[in-house]
Design a protein around this ligand. Structure first.
Ligand code: 6PG
Length: 257
């Protein structure tokens, strides 16, 4: 966003993946209780991948599952692979197995991205769902607002399904778009930076030494890293907050102050 004075990123480093996952679960609970008491509902968009799975398991476990009113939670996805619902690559399947199957979330408040009629139709349907969930007119100065979005970071700097060099990365109008993943030979559907940036809080969850280089490049915004899609995620330019929850291994190349 032109003229956005990016504040330095808020990075929280944890000793290991377990501590990182606990912190993500605590952030989820804190923001959920805040949103539920202020607005009666909590809207969250979840990412797939391996990194956040432990956080989802913790949320579904005895230490966290009674800390909020799950009936007030509205759960969306940041992206989805267009594969059969019982395919192990499905983000919806993973979130059901790790989280939803163990919690009293209202079934009518769970909004998976349904690709059965093709990726383009899935993207357009999901966008109209979001536009009805976040109906204008937005309160003065407000914009559609997820309360929280959990994002991961790929070693190529992708987040959600915003892969480097794809049209999805430069999409400015649509909130949801489809993308063909050459590498996987499948279509994906993804939220675009336009809507990802309209969140009150975006939290990246990053773990492992394999992410150290890309995390350094994204956070340092070093010349030559402009093409990394994760750099497009700047909710602080739209009145939101951006947190990086990282473990020691992924933070190993970050300059310490
Ligand atoms: C997905 C995610 C994707 C993921 C990154 C990191 O659907 O897979 O949206 O963006 O967050 O690829 O994945 P890992 O957590 O497995 O490293």
């Amino acid at each position: 966003m032109p003229g956005c004075k990016r504040v330095s990123a808020i990075v929280h480093t944890y000793p290991d993946h377990e501590a990182l996952s606990r912190a993500a679960a605590e952030l989820f609970v804190g923001l959920a209780n805040e949103a539920i008491s202020e607005r009666g509902r909590f809207s969250i968009a979840l990412s797939g991948g391996h990194t956040p799975q432990r956080a989802y398991e913790l949320l579904a476990g005895p230490q966290f599952n009674n800390l909020l009113d799950w009936g007030r939670v509205h759960l969306f996805w940041a992206d989805e692979r267009c594969v059969p619902p019982n395919d192990s690559r499905s983000n919806a399947l993973m979130v059901r197995e790790k989280l939803l199957d163990h919690l009293p979330v209202h079934p009518g408040h769970v909004y998976p991205i349904a690709c059965a009629d093709g990726a383009d139709k899935a993207a357009r349907n999901y966008e109209s769902l979001l536009r009805s969930f976040f109906p204008p007119p937005f309160p003065k100065g407000a914009t559609p607002r997820f309360d929280l979005i959990f994002l991961g970071l790929g070693t190529d700097g992708h987040t959600a399904s915003l892969f480097p060099g794809t049209p999805a990365v430069t999409e400015k109008e649509r909130w949801v778009t489809e993308i063909y993943s050459e590498k996987e030979g499948i279509y994906r559907v993804t939220l675009t930076a336009t809507i990802l940036n309209q969140a009150s809080v975006v939290a990246f969850i990053v773990s492992g030494a394999s992410k150290a280089g890309v995390l350094r490049d994204v956070l340092s915004r070093r010349p030559g890293s402009e093409h990394l899609p994760a750099r497009l995620i700047t909710p602080e330019c739209f009145g939101g907050r951006l947190y990086w929850l990282v473990d020691k291994d992924s933070a190993s190349l970050l300059e310490t102050d």
